[in-house]
Design a protein around this ligand. Structure first.
Ligand SMILES: Nc1ncnc2c1ncn2[C@@H]1O[C@H](COP(=O)(O)OP(=O)(O)O)[C@@H](O)[C@H]1O
Ligand SMILES: [Mg+2]
Length: 383
């Protein structure tokens, strides 16, 4: 940003008056936009505003798009017309104009007239050559982006849960009838070789029954809450997975031993973490064969975390990181949805269940993945 401000200053300076003598302020030609091509290509909205009255003297195309106003229309306006009154913004601009700082940056909520409030990260920069003009750049507010994403995940999972429950009941009811009828039919069949067909019906009904039972499972078991140590959970998971993959897989413990106990349902948390670690181990098949597969179980304390709009002073920050091939691109956005699987024979329920269990603990699972590094992060509030 600093570099940008300097380069803009230089551009503005040389545009305004050929080569001005060192230190002499240059007046920015009001409304003449041809000098700011460097800013035109910036993807974030950028404005140059000028005292007195904080009038807009330049707006880049991203700003035009974000306010749905032409550049010409914006040049008639002041910053207040665009953003509404904002003490925060005013005080940032004051400190920059008075040269206490070259640039200020801050998350702010702006209330433009007749528009939804804008949650943005604003950068105010000084222009060396134009002491009465500042540069205003608007960037996405990371915190807001994150909480919007979490909210979407939560909405989606609760809609999912409802859908699954209803669907599972709808399937379950007729299944018993189908299986029973196939069995009766089998007794009546004159030719034994025809049983092959009734057996397909019976076997497939049984498979569906198991699937439906698993779909209904998280809503069945009572929540049994106790004080528990997360490392006990991780040790259990570790030994289960190592029993299945005894060679070629290293499960590294990177524990913060000072972590306080957690209130929760031990069985649910074991199941949630096991599903994630198990996926990682399955994704590591090739490396396990080569002998250099690694899963890291990392625990840390996180402070002041917001989960589903609630602020928690303290949370457990648990990572399961593997050095496998990464989550297939085409399902990356959907892995927490039920029945989404990248494996032959996968049920696509492992992560849905894990997310449900963790959410029952007011927590959240997130995931970042690229080839060679997949990181599942479980946040659990420590009350
Ligand atoms: N650590 C991981 N590395 C690569 N892919 C993964 C990882 N974890 C999950 N996946 C992908 O997400 C999919 C969904 O996982 P899950 O919900 O447990 O269902 P299932 O394991 O039955 O397929 C997996 O099939 C796999 O393609
Ligand atoms: Mg799985």
């Amino acid at each position: 940003m600093r570099r940008l401000i300097r380069s803009v200053s230089r551009k503005v300076a040389s545009a305004g008056a050929g080569n001005p003598p060192e230190g002499e302020a240059v007046v920015l030609p009001l409304g003449d936009v041809s000098y700011h091509q460097g800013l035109d290509v910036i993807a974030n909205p950028v404005l140059l505003v000028r005292q007195p009255g904080m009038r807009v003297v330049y707006a880049n195309p991203a700003a035009e798009a974000s306010f749905a106003l032409s550049r010409k229309a914006m040049l008639e306006l002041s910053l207040g017309d665009l953003f509404g009154a904002s003490e925060e913004l005013d005080s940032m601009i004051d400190t920059v104009l008075s040269r206490q700082f070259d640039a200020r940056r801050q998350d702010v909520v702006l209330h433009p007239p007749l528009q939804e409030p804008m949650h943005v990260h604003v950068v105010i920069g000084a222009l060396e050559a134009n002491p009465d003009t500042v540069l205003v750049e608007m960037l996405p507010n990371e915190q807001k982006v994150r909480s919007d994403r979490e909210e979407r995940i939560l909405d989606l999972t609760s809609a999912n849960k409802e859908l699954i429950r209803n669907l599972a009941h709808e399937i379950k009811n007729p299944l018993g009838g189908i299986r029973g009828a196939a069995q009766l039919l089998e007794f009546e069949l004159p030719d034994r070789s025809l049983r092959e067909y009734t057996q397909v019906i019976i076997k497939e009904s049984d498979r569906l029954q198991t699937l439906v039972d698993r779909l209904l499972e998280p809503h069945r078991h009572p929540h049994i809450v106790s004080d528990l140590n997360i490392h006990e959970v991780l040790e259990r998971v570790r030994s289960v997975v190592l029993a299945e993959f005894p060679t070629g897989l290293d499960i590294v413990r990177d524990y913060d031993a000072s972590l306080p106990d957690l209130r929760g349902d031990m069985e649910q948390l074991i199941q949630a973490v096991l599903n994630i670690v198990h996926n990682a181990a399955q994704a590591l098949a090739e490396r396990i064969a080569r002998g250099d597969a690694q899963i890291v179980l990392r625990t840390r304390v996180a402070r002041q975390v917001t989960i589903a709009k609630r602020l928690f002073k303290l949370a457990l920050d648990l990572h399961v990181i593997d050095n496998g091939p990464g989550i297939p691109e085409d399902i990356r956005e959907r892995i927490f949805y039920p029945l989404v699987s990248g494996r032959d024979g996968g049920s696509g329920l492992g992560l849905t269940l894990a997310q449900t269990f963790v959410q029952q603990h007011e927590g959240l699972i997130e995931c970042e993945s690229r080839p060679g590094c997949t990181d599942f992060r479980i946040l659990l509030p420590l009350h």
